[in-house]
Design a protein around this ligand. Structure first.
Ligand code: CP
Length: 319
């Protein structure tokens, strides 16, 4: 049982690591209210009015950047996206100096994506406001794991006891790491599936079962989460060729038959169609939750922005 005065006693969201299961569930519960608001025509709530959210993305993004921007705006915050390509980062400014600059502008929330694992922790230690990790290197992508958990919970009615197969480039994936932490905390039976070159050594220590045989890993799975082959993070020949990779580890309708008959197919995006997943699976309206994942991303990010600013806003009980 939680012993803290409120159900989310964290200043930042730098990762799923360190969160208690009930804290993860609390964020998912908080996100539920925003799904209905987002589906209506009046998508506005002013609880963050007067606060400034800065999105500092040092790596490309479509889903995460836009959903944080939409989440902040729907909650009434002033949202500023820092354009890294046109910033002084390109003149050699250090990450810490950039963070101190954003801090001096009295940001109330900073969302960061960076190619270096640990960069978000570094910034969180230096600034005065809540920092949210939008993906740092191979380390963590906590809001992705939360939106994935919310998608699974809504589609399956539970997470506890589900067999979830996380498949593909686990080695380079912050999405996999955050999902493993979240789903094992919520008592799912997690498998990681991929070629030996793309599975981290000793991954079993995270409480998962590793499979190099794709069919065996898919067998009876309730959720099949495919990962992007992250060629930008590969230095060397991790896979022979995209075509061969697809033949061995690509999710096709035939392969999906190995999973449970009602297995849910997920992918964090962006997808490499025809590499880790075939279009016929990705676009299967009944089995694929990929579009729903994007929708849940806005609700989850609204919940995170709301919860992390409660102390700052003086919400009773959240000092
Ligand atoms: N899933 C995800 O992080 O997507 P983006 O890179 O588009 O933000």
């Amino acid at each position: 049982m939680p012993t803290d005065p409120h159900p989310f006693p964290h200043r930042h969201l730098t990762g799923i690591y360190g969160l208690q299961p009930w804290e993860i569930s609390f964020l998912l519960d908080e996100a539920e209210q925003w799904i209905a608001l987002n589906r209506g025509t009046a998508k506005h709530d002013d609880r963050l009015a007067g606060l400034t959210l800065i999105n500092a993305f040092f790596e490309n993004s479509t889903r995460t950047l836009l959903s944080f921007e939409i989440a902040g705006k729907r909650l009434g915050a002033d949202v500023v996206n820092m354009h890294v390509a046109a910033s002084s980062v390109k003149k050699g400014e250090t990450l810490i100096d950039t963070a101190m600059t954003l801090n001096a502008m009295r940001a109330d929330m900073i969302v960061i994506r960076h190619e270096a694992s640990g960069a978000v922790h570094l910034i969180a230690d230096k600034v005065d406001c809540p920092v949210l990790n939008a993906g740092d290197g191979r380390h963590e992508h906590p809001t992705q794991a939360l939106l994935d958990a919310l998608t699974i919970r809504r589609r399956k009615g539970r997470i506890d006891g589900l067999r979830v197969a996380i498949c593909g480039d686990v080695l380079h994936s912050r999405v996999a790491r955050s999902n493993i932490l979240a789903l094992t905390a919520l008592n799912a039976e997690v498998r990681v599936v991929g070629p030996p070159t793309l599975l981290p050594p000793a991954i079993e220590r995270m409480g998962v079962t590793a499979y190099t045989d794709f069919d065996a890993g898919l067998d009876g799975a309730d959720v099949v989460m495919m990962l992007r082959l992250q060629r930008e993070r590969m230095a060397g020949g991790f896979v022979p060729s995209p075509r061969e990779y697809h033949a061995l580890y690509g999710l096709t309708p035939e392969r999906l038959e190995r999973a449970a008959p009602d297995a849910l197919v997920m992918h964090p995006g962006p997808m490499n169609r025809g590499v880790e997943i075939s279009s016929s699976v990705a676009d299967d309206a009944e089995r694929s939750a990929i579009i729903e994942q994007v929708e849940m991303g806005v609700a989850v990010r609204m919940a995170c922005l709301d919860v992390l600013t409660r102390a700052r806003r003086g919400v009773p009980g959240w000092n």
